[in-house]
Design a protein around this ligand. Structure first.
Ligand code: CS2
Length: 495
């Protein structure tokens, strides 16, 4: 089967929306670290819109920090891919040309650093996941025991981590008399820009205090909130697209119509006119980020563990079930009360819109995909809100059920006794205690201070609530627990 590339793209059917700019004239103004599906379905579409509006300075060089798979998908396709936007029965296909090349950082870190240090490059954007920042979530210090970070602490000649690449490239820019680029974290972390800046300053300080001072004074690390649901592409998605467009596109991404990007208005130099293409530039990102993390992502993580334990494969199936929908609404009732939402955000409307997004059956978003890396996600999605409610003496039962479901997931068996892999950097630590009797398992997991803040771990009421829910899940299974606690409420609401 012919692959999509610049040649075969000329014969694409008219149903595919194509760009009209002159791709050969595009320059590389952006380097993106972590060119996975989320980048391709989110930031790259804003860069594409900028190119389409005639400003050809903002092409992207993508880089993968670990595997070669994205390069192998994209380079044979000249960087082209299809953005497949699905909403129920409706499907729109857009050809995206913004990504001009993809590098694999470990193969040639020097070339990547040189591209980041080039005078045309003004933005470095990142989707490297929560664990890519190499900061201890509890202390905020560099995780020096991490092998890649240890290598970057020893030498930045061939940087291995995202902070290492950024510091090496900023050092090269300083040496060349250039301004820093703006470094934009696009990961689902509270204060993501502050964290990236902290990691860069700490690492730079260990190599060259003057460099650290320059970065501190001249650099820009805006905070962001990013939102678009992008399930992993599966073989059947590629097959269905091939049947429609007549060429094989191994780099396609599937997503929903909704997209949102809120960026702190803080740039070190030139920038694309993002606001003209729907990006919200603001001084205060935190309230947006908190609402999104605690409502969308908090519900996602809770339903991922409950759903995966119960053998419910997809998000839309979970919320089609009264107990599942009831759980999500009840979780939101508890989470909502912890927010200080931005004045422009109508939380009731936002919740209704989120539920509609979760209901989109064409996405086939797997609970298993969301279940990954729970240790990195739990704090900002659930535990911070729980801490706030506990301080005010409020009930945290529904949020504790979500955390208990995560605990149960760590023992590697679902409710039907089927084994699964716990895909998480702390899996070995959690596995060591997850199978103990309930009270000990709860205590053992809460003792991991990279996940649980000490105040939560010491809270008797919360510990008891977790133990009750974990025992309940162990005895009855997630489906029965949801039916018992939320099923009726769910049915009465809909009738
Ligand atoms: C999800 C997110 O996999 C996950 O952890 O909760 O990727 C979620 O789909 C996005 O944050 C939506 O913007």
């Amino acid at each position: 089967m012919t692959r999509l590339n610049e040649g075969s793209a000329r014969a694409l059917p008219p149903t595919v929306r194509r760009f009209t700019y002159d791709r050969a004239a595009v320059r590389t103004g952006i380097v993106h670290l972590g060119t996975g599906a989320f980048h391709r379905a989110h930031q790259a579409t804003y860069y594409e819109a900028t190119l389409e509006s005639g400003d050809l300075r903002w092409g992207v060089l993508g880089a993968s920090l670990r595997s070669a798979s994205v390069r192998d998908q994209m380079v044979p396709q000249d960087g082209l891919y299809s953005l497949v936007v699905r909403d129920g029965e409706d499907e729109r296909i857009q050809l995206v040309g913004a990504i001009r090349d993809v590098l694999v950082a470990p193969e040639d870190p020097t070339r990547l650093v040189a591209a980041m240090a080039a005078s045309d490059t003004h933005l470095v954007t990142l989707t490297v996941t929560e664990k890519g920042y190499k900061l201890d979530p509890a202390t905020g210090a560099l995780i020096e025991s991490d092998a890649d970070l240890a290598a970057d602490l020893a030498s930045l000649d061939r940087p291995r981590t995202a902070p290492g690449l950024i510091v090496a490239a900023l050092a090269a820019r300083r040496a060349a008399g250039l301004a820093p680029f703006t470094a934009i974290s696009c990961d689902n972390l509270p204060h993501n820009g502050t964290r990236l800046r902290a990691a860069a300053l700490a690492l730079a300080g260990r190599h060259d205090p003057d460099l650290a001072k320059w970065i501190e004074g001249e650099g820009a690390f805006p905070e962001t909130m990013v939102d678009r649901i992008v399930p992993a592409t599966e073989a059947e998605d590629i097959a269905a697209l091939t049947a429609k467009i007549g060429v094989e596109d191994r780099a396609m991404v599937k997503t929903e119509p909704f997209t949102q990007w809120v960026v702190q208005d803080w740039f070190a130099g030139e920038r694309p006119d993002l606001a003209a293409h729907g990006v919200q530039l603001t001084t205060a990102v935190a309230p947006w980020e908190e609402a999104k993390l605690r409502l969308l992502n908090g519900a996602h993580s809770g339903l991922a563990y409950l759903g995966a334990l119960a053998g419910i494969e997809f998000v839309h199936q979970f919320v089609a079930f009264d107990g599942g929908r009831g759980f999500v609404e009840a979780l939101w009732d508890q989470a909502e009360a912890t927010l200080t939402p931005p004045a422009e955000l109508d939380v009731a409307a936002y919740r209704a819109q989120l539920m509609a997004r979760f209901t989109n059956s064409a996405l086939r978003h797997r609970t298993l995909q969301i279940a990954m890396d729970g240790s990195q996600k739990l704090p900002q999605r659930l535990l911070h809100g729980i801490g706030q409610r506990l301080e005010r003496g409020e009930d945290v039962g529904v949020m504790a059920l979500a955390v208990a479901a995560w605990m149960r997931w760590q023992d590697g068996r679902d409710d039907a006794g089927m084994a699964h892999v716990v895909d998480d950097p702390l899996a070995a630590r959690t596995a060591a205690v997850a199978r103990l009797p309930t009270a000990e398992a709860v205590r053992g997991l809460m003792a991991i201070d990279a996940i649980f803040p000490p105040a939560l771990a010491a809270h008797d009421g919360f510990t008891a609530s977790l133990a009750r829910s974990l025992e309940d899940l162990r005895q009855k299974g997630a489906r029965a627990v949801m039916e018992e606690r939320f099923g009726t409420w769910g049915s009465s609401r809909r009738s």
